[in-house]
Design a protein around this ligand. Structure first.
Ligand code: CO
Length: 215
């Protein structure tokens, strides 16, 4: 059987099973979503958000891209962020990277990968920011793992640099930014960073929210 046909069959079995467990489930889900979390994760097939956090339909608003990046010119990410914060009013945004990330590894190397070069440039910039710390790590695996952790921390900072997040904080909206790194080899998440205000943000990135236009 073609692999894709198997997916359809599995979907039918899944829908039946859910219906049996909770006959109201699909009716409830169809009426709207109220997730408390926005997940920004890597596209890697081994980091499926609902599976690793044991959550269900309706729990997570999700954006995924190569190496869980928060790029300030990415209209896709920014649209997801704006909707999640202003309309859904999620209370937590989780940037989740993972050890063994192929995107970060590719950014560490020098392959000429065409269009991917432009995406990986954003990750190379993280290396340059943290060059003095990363350059002195001699073991290559340790170096890439640290690069992965620092990349997550920078992406959390990038969220705090957006006017969307700063406006929410200025309005007194509860919004916590988390940086996680998932370890595929153990199945465990390492909780590395938490930001709930703009206080520690480098001053140059702070907007004068009161005087500014609303987006
Ligand atoms: Co990855």
């Amino acid at each position: 059987m073609d692999l894709h046909k198997r997916l359809i069959l599995q979907n039918q079995a899944w829908a039946e099973e859910q219906q049996e467990k909770n006959p109201e489930l699909f009716k409830e889900l169809a009426s709207g979503q109220h997730p408390k979390f926005l997940w920004i994760g890597c596209s890697d097939s081994r980091v499926p958000v609902n599976e690793i956090t044991d959550t269900h339909s309706g729990d997570m608003f999700v954006h995924r891209n190569i190496a869980n990046m928060v790029v300030h010119t990415d209209l896709n990410l920014l649209s997801v962020l704006q909707y999640a914060v202003q309309v859904l009013k999620v209370e937590h945004i989780i940037v989740c990277g993972h050890y063994g990330c192929g995107g970060v590894k590719a950014a560490f190397e020098h392959g000429n990968l065409g269009l991917l070069n432009k995406w990986l440039r954003n990750i190379k910039d993280v290396y340059r920011l943290h060059g003095p710390e990363l350059d002195v790590i001699s073991n290559e695996e340790d170096k890439i793992n640290r690069f992965i952790e620092l990349n997550v921390e920078e992406q959390v900072q990038n969220l705090a640099k957006t006017s969307i997040v700063q406006q929410a904080w200025a309005d007194g909206q509860k919004l916590l930014l988390h940086g996680w790194v998932f370890d595929i080899a153990t199945g465990l998440v390492h909780d590395r960073e938490l930001i709930d205000n703009a206080n520690n943000l480098d001053d140059i990135y702070k907007y004068d929210i009161e005087s500014g236009v609303k987006y």
